[in-house]
Design a protein around this ligand. Sequence first.
Ligand code: FES
Length: 207
Amino acid sequence: MNGGDGKSRDAGLLSQGTGSGDEKGKGAALKREAEERARVKTGAAVREEVREGGESPYIQVDRVLKRCQYSQDALIEVLHAAQETFGFLSEDTMTYIAHQLKLPLSWVYGVASFYHHFNLKPQGEHVCNICMGTACFVKRAGDIVETLEREFNVKAGETTADGKLSVNIVRCLGNCGLAPMIILDGKVYARQTPESMLHHCKEAVKG
Ligand code: FES
């Protein structure tokens, strides 16, 4: 899915864990710190929610955590709730979830980065995920990436300067018979060409 922010960030994340920080005091401090950073780093919707309601930005995440009784098996469901709330999974959010589920941060990060559904960076208004698995690659998915990069002046894994379109490369989406396969704003586009996908993206951005 996402390319990530580089090896050093990955290495930093992978070297971290919940360690011995299961004490209540540390948990509360971590939550406060993560909430404070979330106010600064997450999207407008979250800032608006904090301003209007004065509630924790993690309220939806906390609801799911409680409903699932803090079961580690609920990790994907919790990550999903977090992404629904924030639009992407920041390091702070993953740290918070790791602590609540008593899982190593490296485990949470590993799951979040494995599934193409999860975004580790803020996404644009429209999101185009291009499969570059073997079957799609053979059927010119790379040309689609190049065309979108050129036409929208954006690099794969990034978002256009105006925040309108994110272009991501993802692993096999599991339906190779539809290669090359692209998911634009949650909708599947099968057997695309660079021209057809450029058209779809332009239409989406135009609104
Ligand atoms: S390689 Fe693209 S769907 Fe499998």
